[in-house]
Each structure stands twice: as structure tokens, then as C-alpha cells.
Design a binder for this molecule. Structure first.
Ligand code: ATP
Ligand code: MG
Length: 141
């Protein structure tokens, strides 16, 4: 079994609505194991840095405002084919387009307030894991 790691964030909308436990249960039922977790209220600079790839997009300032609007919950997750499997489990960016039963179909409010982030490549997963969990021991359960 070739397990790999990825990074998710339960975003401020879902975390603030008390959905973190539901979402973690959903991810565990989909075969992911939690390797590390934290609760963090991002600063403006942190949110800008995390989503720097989108800095030229028209929604960037609104996205940064949303991501700093309250605490969020970054988690380091592990399973086989973790990156594509997590993207599949969370669903499309816009919940109106997300497949039935995906995390975003169940918990997202809008294309921006969409409950959860997931890394989009193995390379970005390692960059994003380092962003939140640099120096954290990755236990092998
Ligand atoms: P994430 O990177 O958070 O996992 P994603 O990869 O599905 O989401 P991206 O295109 O990377 O989507 O956009 C990052 C985030 O920016 C989205 O999750 C959403 O919160 C916000 N966003 C994306 N497109 C729009 C838009 N057109 N209007 C408002 N917010 C948007
Ligand atoms: Mg993305």
C-alpha cells in the first residue's frame, strides 16, 4: 500500500458553524487518517501567502477576508492516493456544481464560502503541509 499525505483546511465558515467533527468523520469514513491537526486564526499576511497563487484574481481580497474571518482547522491527512482522493471527496469549488454527497455539497454555502480546502498536487501538498506543520512529527499509525 502506497500511502501519501495531503493538506486540508476546514475553512472558517464550516469551523465556525460547528461542522469540524462532521467533516472529519466524513473524511475518516472515506479512508483518510488524521496525522496532525491544529486550530488557527490566520493573519492577513498568512492568508495572502497561503493563497498567493490567486493574488491577481478578482476574488483574492474577498478570499483573504473570508479566510481571516475566524479560526480554521488545518489537518494533515493520509491515505492511498491522498491528493486526488481528497479532491474527489470534497467536490467542485462551487457547491452548486459539487457531486451529491461530497463535503462541499453537504456543507458549503457558496463558491467562496465553500467549507474546505484541499491541496491540488503532491508538490503543493508538501508546500502546504510545511506551511502549517513544519517540524511536526508525522506519526505512522
Ligand atoms: P481550495 O484551493 O480552497 O481547495 P479550489 O482548489 O477548489 O479550492 P481554487 O480555484 O484554488 O479552488 O480557489 C481557491 C478558493 O478561492 C476557493 O476554494 C474559493 O474559496 C475561492 N474562490 C475561487 N473562485 C472563486 C470565485 N469565482 N469567487 C469567489 N471565490 C472564489
Ligand atoms: Mg485550489
Amino acid at each position: 500500500m502506497n500511502e501519501t499525505d495531503t493538506l486540508t483546511i476546514i475553512k472558517p465558515d464550516a469551523f465556525g458553524a460547528g461542522k469540524a467533527g462532521h467533516i472529519i468523520a466524513h473524511l475518516e469514513d472515506a479512508g483518510f487518517r488524521v496525522v496532525a491537526a491544529t486550530v488557527k486564526h490566520l493573519t492577513l499576511d498568512e492568508a495572502r501567502a497561503f493563497y498567493a497563487v490567486h493574488r491577481e484574481r478578482p476574488f483574492f481580497s474577498s478570499l483573504v477576508e473570508f479566510m481571516t474571518s475566524g479560526p480554521c482547522m488545518p489537518l494533515l491527512l493520509r491515505r492511498e492516493d491522498a491528493v486526488p482522493e481528497l479532491r474527489s471527496v470534497i467536490g467542485a469549488t462551487d457547491p452548486a456544481e459539487a457531486d451529491e454527497g461530497t463535503v462541499r455539497a453537504l456543507y458549503a454555502e457558496s463558491k467562496e464560502r465553500n467549507a474546505i480546502h484541499a491541496s491540488d498536487s503532491a508538490e503543493n501538498a508538501e508546500i502546504e503541509i510545511a506551511f502549517f506543520f513544519a517540524g511536526t512529527e508525522r506519526l505512522r499509525a
